[in-house]
Every structure is written in structure tokens, then in C-alpha cells.
Design a protein around this ligand. Structure first.
Ligand SMILES: Cc1cc2nc3c(=O)[nH]c(=O)nc-3n(C[C@H](O)[C@H](O)[C@H](O)COP(=O)(O)OP(=O)(O)OC[C@H]3O[C@@H](n4cnc5c(N)ncnc54)[C@H](O)[C@@H]3O)c2cc1C
Ligand code: SF4
Length: 498
């Protein structure tokens, strides 16, 4: 049996456990073209796969490493050398890949065998047992189930500290001029340089910078990045988790999503290492709880919801949003400081932290009315940690409320939220305190217009009742002016003039 390892399954422990006769890795360039991926994501995958193959070889394993334009060409080569071989594969995370792989293998006379994927904390049947016949999912219930199941941050069946979450303590903007510890970054070695050359030679015109690649590409580097995070940034992870600041792209975030999504780190070891640091003292409960919730709660929940809800979730569009993606997403200049700062960051590293993704990028697309599938394609193309399984629920479910299965109301916010969480507005050409007039923050009128447009769907939600009461207190003339301003902004944004 040959174990065919995908680029997001680069886990030594899994290979040891499965003990295959040989391992197959395939660099298929077509996978980086549709959608056209961020150059640093391509480098990340090629470099991490090449390092992984070298490490397996150094450990005495037989490795076949194929480079081809298409998967079909690579498998053709493989089966010429090993006719009739069984190719086993851990369950691919992305929808439809296993069926495609099976057809490609069987079409060339091989046998295809699916194995459980142990890179998740929960196996599908365990999540399905928890979910039962639910048609909507709420993270909070799943997260409590995971806490009880693992016993992490639990004492005698109750959450440590008496509460399941400490969000109220965690929504802080840092003091003016605050500089968090700089994260550990990794200069490209010879194998990474080789991957950079491959990307230069084979991929042109993709959104994002190729230069400046510094992501961890080996297990050793991923472990160092984990250590750096737990020792230097975890303690203040909680309070500044939602902050939106000009002076730091990384703040106290772990930056571990690329390593986790490649399989270089297992979510269990990430959670356990963070808990060990908490046990030593010095990490507040609000920070460790916030971090554990991201990895053990959100990450698993997102994957399993995706697994259960595809392909319908990808087609969802309950708000009937139809607008094409405005040019500012591809780097066209904009005077909206929050957006230009975050998009510049995405272009530079393929990374923005969670609140930048949710409350700046997706929030703007939601208010503006971007078609959810177009936004999803942009996110997949623009981020180093992107994968179908994680983008679709985050973008369509959380980001633009295309489906009700993940939340009961949209994550929509005016400029006030962005101003409260940081300092972009202090440097912006627009005035966040204004809704009307040429200088008024575009998020404000777009927000009210969005709420007015979708009133029929949203006003039944008790959490939005205050908002609609506040809208109704405005004079009809003012309401018309706000909606008119939103419409003219929409036209200006589409032309790249805002
Ligand atoms: C619109 C949108 C798009 C996103 N796209 C991606 C994506 O392509 N790839 C991706 O890995 N994450 C994605 N996320 C989730 C989250 O924003 C990133 O995982 C996180 O910002 C990665 O940075 P970090 O490692 O510094 O995370 P931290 O803030 O340090 O969080 C720790 C870890 O928790 C996990 N996590 C936290 N929130 C989520 C979540 N909502 N879904 C899944 N995992 C989560 C990640 O593994 C992350 O590394 C998206 C979120 C939104 C709102
Ligand atoms: S004023 Fe509005 S557009 Fe400018 S940074 Fe603040 S929220 Fe963004």
C-alpha cells in the first residue's frame, strides 16, 4: 500500500501510525491556479511538502515526489511505475476531493482506499452524534460539549472560574501606541528558495506579494512558532483578540493557522501546550479560555459544519446579494483607511487576523452587497491559510450571512465598532462620527441602508429590535438621505472612487 499524502496532511505522527510501504506526494500546479492562489500560499505548500518529503526520506521511508501540471498526469506517471497499486489516503478535508481522487486512481487501474483522518480532534461520527438532526448549529453548545468531553478548563464538571467564556473582559482596544511583541518569523532556506523559484517561473499575475515569505514550513519551525506564541503573546491574547490597530499586523494572535492547516501541528498539541503554559501561571484565564475556544471550538466546529452542509452551503445566498467584488479588494486605492490597511496586509503576507477578516473585510462586503460566492473566491485566493473547508463556513456563514445555519443574525457593524476597537479611524480621510455628507464614514450609511433593505428578514430577531426602533425614530427625510448616500457610495465604490 502506498500512502498518498495531501499538502494539508503533512503530519509525521500520522505517517508513523499508518506505517505505509511508501509515501506519495504530488505537486500539481493546476490546484494553485483555480482559484489563482496567493504566491505565498503556493510557496508555503510547495516548501512544506518538499521539506516533509526530505524528512521522511531521512527517516528511512521510501517517498515518491511527483511534480506535474495536473493530478491526472502525476497519477499516470505513478501507475506506470506501480501498476495496480493501492493508493490509500486520509479522508481529504475539502468537499469532493476524495471522489475526484478515486476516479483518477481507478481510471488508471489502481485501487483507492480512504482512511480516517486523525488530524481532527473529533471524528465525523462523534460530531454527528452530538449534532443529531440539528439544522442550525451554535458554537457555544458545541464548545461546551468539547470542554466537557476533554475536561480542559473544567473542575468537577463545571467550567474553571465559573463561566464558559470571558468575552466581556476580552474586548479591549490597546492603549495608544501599544506595540505587542514581534512574532518569530523564518527566513527562507534553500528548499524554500527553490519553491519561490517554482512559483516565479510557473505562476504569474496572482494577487499578493511573493517577496517577504517568512511562514514556518517544517514541523520544527511550527513548534518554535507555537513556543514563541505561548511564551510571548498568549497572556494578552484575550484582551486584544478583537482589537483593530494600525501599528501591528499580528497583535497577540498565534499566526498558527497555516501550520495547523498543513498538518504540521495537531490541534490537540496546540491546546495542550497553551494549557501547560496557563498551569505554570502568568496567563490569565480570559486569555487561555479565549484561545482554547478558537482551536478546540471554532476550528473543529467549522470543519464539521462544512462537512455536513456541503455543497448547499457554498451556493447559499439568503440575502440575494449580487454585487461584483469592488476593485479595492484587488488593491485599487481607497480612502477608507481600515480597508486599505487590511488589504495591504493581506497582499503583503496573505494574512489578516480574525477581526480584520470578519469585521472589516467581510462586514464591508456584507453591507455593500457583494455576491457571497465572489467574496469566497477572493478569500480563497488571497490568504495563505485558505482552504475550502474553512473559508466556506467562515465567509458565507459568518462573514456575509448567506446562510442562517451558523448564526441567527449577521455580523454587521457601522464605523462605530471599528472606531471603538482601535485607531484606523484616527488616520482616515472620512469622519467616523458622521453618517451624512461627503466626509461621512461609508460604513455608517451602508450599515443603515443594509438594515433597512433586509428588514423583513431581520427585524424578527429580538437582538435587533433596539436597532430598528432607533431607525424608526429618524425622520423619513433623514432616512431617505442616508439611503441615498449609501446608493451613491455604492456606485463610487464600484468605480474605485471612494
Ligand atoms: C471571513 C473569514 C475568513 C476566514 N478564513 C480562514 C481561512 O481561510 N483559514 C483559516 O484557517 N481560518 C480562517 N478564518 C478563521 C480565522 O480568522 C483564522 O483562523 C485566524 O484569523 C488565523 O489566524 P491565527 O492563527 O493568528 O488565529 P488566532 O486568532 O491565534 O486563533 C487560533 C486558531 O484558532 C483557529 N480559529 C479561530 N477562529 C476560527 C474560525 N472561525 N474558523 C476556523 N478556525 C478558527 C485557527 O486555527 C487559529 O489558528 C476566517 C475567518 C473569517 C471571519
Ligand atoms: S472612518 Fe470609516 S472608513 Fe475610515 S477607518 Fe473608520 S470605519 Fe474605516
Amino acid at each position: 500500500m502506498t500512502l498518498w499524502i495531501l499538502g494539508d496532511q503533512l503530519n509525521h505522527a500520522a505517517v508513523e501510525q499508518l506505517a505505509p510501504r511508501r509515501v506519495l506526494l504530488v505537486e500539481a500546479y493546476e490546484l494553485g491556479r483555480t482559484p489563482p492562489m496567493h504566491p505565498q500560499k503556493l510557496v508555503l505548500f510547495f516548501s512544506a511538502m518538499r521539506h516533509f518529503a526530505e524528512e521522511l526520506r531521512a527517516g528511512g521511508r521510501e517517498v515518491i515526489y511527483l511534480q506535474a501540471e495536473t493530478l491526472a498526469e502525476a497519477l499516470e506517471q505513478f501507475f506506470q511505475a506501480y501498476p495496480g497499486e493501492t493508493l490509500a489516503q486520509m479522508q481529504p478535508a475539502d468537499f469532493g476531493f476524495a471522489e475526484r481522487a478515486k476516479a483518477l486512481v481507478e481510471g488508471r487501474g489502481g485501487l483507492y482506499r480512504l482512511l480516517p483522518n486523525r488530524l481532527w480532534l473529533l471524528q465525523p461520527e462523534e460530531f454527528d452524534r452530538w449534532a443529531g438532526s440539528r439544522q442550525t448549529y451554535r458554537l457555544e453548545y458545541f464548545y461546551r460539549f468539547m470542554r466537557q468531553r476533554t475536561g480542559y478548563l473544567m473542575q468537577k464538571g463545571q467550567p474553571v472560574g465559573g463561566a464558559w467564556n470571558y468575552d466581556a473582559e476580552n474586548r479591549k482596544a490597546p492603549p495608544p501606541g501599544y506595540r505587542p511583541p514581534a512574532p518569530l518569523r523564518f527566513a527562507p532556506d534553500a528548499l524554500t528558495q527553490g519553491a519561490i523559484e517554482t512559483v516565479k517561473a510557473r505562476f504569474q499575475g496572482h494577487f499578493g506579494a511573493l517577496e517577504g515569505f517568512e511562514w514556518p514550513v517544517t514541523r520544527q519551525q511550527a513548534l518554535e512558532a507555537l513556543e514563541d506564541f505561548v511564551q510571548k503573546r498568549l497572556a494578552a491574547f484575550g484582551p486584544y483578540q478583537d482589537a483593530l490597530v494600525e501599528q501591528s499586523w499580528s497583535l497577540h494572535h498565534s499566526l498558527l493557522s497555516p501550520a495547523l492547516n498543513l498538518g504540521l501541528l495537531h490541534p490537540a498539541e496546540v491546546v495542550e501546550r497553551a494549557l501547560a503554559e496557563y498551569e505554570k501561571g502568568g496567563v490569565p484565564l480570559a486569555s487561555i479560555e479565549g484561545f482554547v475556544r478558537q482551536v478546540m471550538g471554532w476550528r473543529e466546529y467549522i470543519y464539521h459544519v462544512y462537512r455536513r452542509e456541503m455543497p448547499g452551503l457554498l451556493r447559499a445566498n439568503q440575502l440575494a446579494a449580487q454585487a461584483p467584488l469592488p476593485p479595492l479588494f484587488w488593491g485599487a486605492p481607497t480612502r477608507m483607511r481600515c480597508l486599505s490597511t487590511v488589504i495591504t496586509r493581506v497582499r503583503a503576507r496573505g494574512y489578516a487576523h480574525h477581526i480584520e477578516r470578519l469585521m472589516v473585510l467581510a462586514n464591508f462586503a456584507l453591507l455593500y452587497g457583494v455576491e457571497p460566492q465572489a467574496l469566497n473566491a477572493w478569500f480563497v485566493a488571497a490568504f495563505v491559510d485558505s482552504a475550502d473547508w474553512v473559508m466556506v463556513p467562515n465567509v458565507l456563514g459568518m462573514g456575509v450571512f448567506a446562510s442562517p445555519i451558523l448564526s441567527s443574525k449577521p455580523y454587521a457593524a457601522s464605523g462605530k465598532y471599528i472606531a471603538r476597537m482601535g485607531n484606523h479611524c484616527q488616520h482616515c480621510a472620512f469622519k467616523v462620527s458622521e453618517t451624512l455628507g461627503e466626509q461621512a464614514c461609508p460604513f455608517n450609511s451602508l450599515y443603515w441602508d443594509f438594515m433597512a433593505r433586509h428588514r423583513a428578514l431581520l427585524e424578527g430577531n429580538p437582538r435587533l429590535a433596539v436597532l430598528y426602533r432607533s431607525w424608526d425614530r429618524r425622520q423619513p427625510q433623514e432616512q431617505r438621505a442616508i439611503r441615498h448616500r449609501a446608493e451613491s457610495l455604492r456606485q463610487g465604490i464600484a468605480q474605485g472612487e471612494v
